[in-house]
Design a protein around this ligand. Structure first.
Ligand SMILES: Nc1ncnc2c1ncn2[C@@H]1O[C@H](COP(=O)(O)OP(=O)(O)O)[C@@H](O)[C@H]1O
Ligand SMILES: [Mg+2]
Length: 248
């Protein structure tokens, strides 16, 4: 098993969207994973995927009321998720032993974390074998990403990659070279700005499964292939397929 921590400096850059779609893309290659909602203050994987809120949560695992395996929600689209409690009183759960519970799981574990540099983020970084820092191609997001990269490096994490999300390839955004130079960390993926992401979220499904020919889907598939060291050939005639696809 291997634990990937998905972190960011700034909120709203796309960590939850990324975590869900990375899991979906890994699944397309036959790789099982479990997404864990570690954003205790603003848990929103359950909202993105439409998981009923009476389901068992990470908090019950941390307080040793249930075994970690029993807290997994099996989503109809084939994803496995450990949601976080929506109750405010559970937002203070102690994450310091997180890794101990997660190592009982199989496959890849994806930790969707809160933004910033707080104690819970440190616990996420501590628990992770590799770290993905999500940012947008804007100076404010990259400046905040730098801080979390520094924190990860201070914690002796050596497997850190940056994902630039919401890439439009226009002149108003920072390009990959500029971001790589600022972060002094390799860029592992660029995920396109994609209007289907909002539609998929509204329908509680990952864009990777809803729109197989969409711009961001192809980006997620490339990244999953790269992480698994597998080959990926995007479908032929992508532009034509997009045009003819009923789901946009
Ligand atoms: N590549 C993208 N293209 C378009 N919209 C996106 C993309 N990634 C994320 N979003 C949108 O940005 C918003 C924030 O994403 P979210 O995953 O909740 O961020 P975070 O978990 O970092 O707070 C959501 O409304 C989501 O639909
Ligand atoms: Mg989130």
């Amino acid at each position: 098993m291997s634990i990937i921590g998905v972190v960011s400096g700034k909120g709203g850059v796309g960590k939850t969207t990324f975590s869900i779609n990375l899991a979906a893309a890994l699944k397309e290659f036959g790789q099982e994973s479990v997404i864990v909602d570690v954003d205790l203050n603003n848990p929103n994987i359950a909202l993105h995927l439409g998981i009923p809120n009476m389901h068992l949560t990470l908090q019950e695992v941390l307080s040793e009321e249930v075994k970690v395996h029993h807290s997994i929600f099996h989503h109809p689209v084939g994803l496995k998720v450990i949601p976080s409690s929506l109750s405010m009183s559970n937002a203070t759960a102690d994450l310091s032993n997180l890794r101990k519970y997660l190592t009982q799981l199989e496959g890849i574990v994806i930790l969707d974390s809160p933004p910033g540099l707080n104690e819970n983020v440190i616990s996420v970084l501590d628990a992770s074998d590799s770290v993905i820092v999500v940012t947008n191609p804007e100076i404010s997001a990259v400046t905040d990403a730098l801080k979390v990269i520094k924190l990860a490096k201070d914690l002796r994490k050596d497997n850190i990659g940056v994902v630039i999300n919401r890439v439009r390839n226009d002149v108003y955004e920072l390009n990959s070279d500029e971001i790589e130079l600022m972060c002094e960390t390799p860029i592992v993926s660029r995920i396109s700005e994609d209007s289907n992401i909002r539609k998929a979220s509204f329908e509680n499904v990952p864009v990777v499964l809803r729109n197989p020919y969409s711009l961001s889907t192809v980006d997620f598939m490339y990244l999953a292939a790269r992480l698994l060291r597998k080959e990926y050939e995007p479908p032929n005639f992508l532009a034509l397929r997009r045009l003819l696809s009923f789901r946009g």
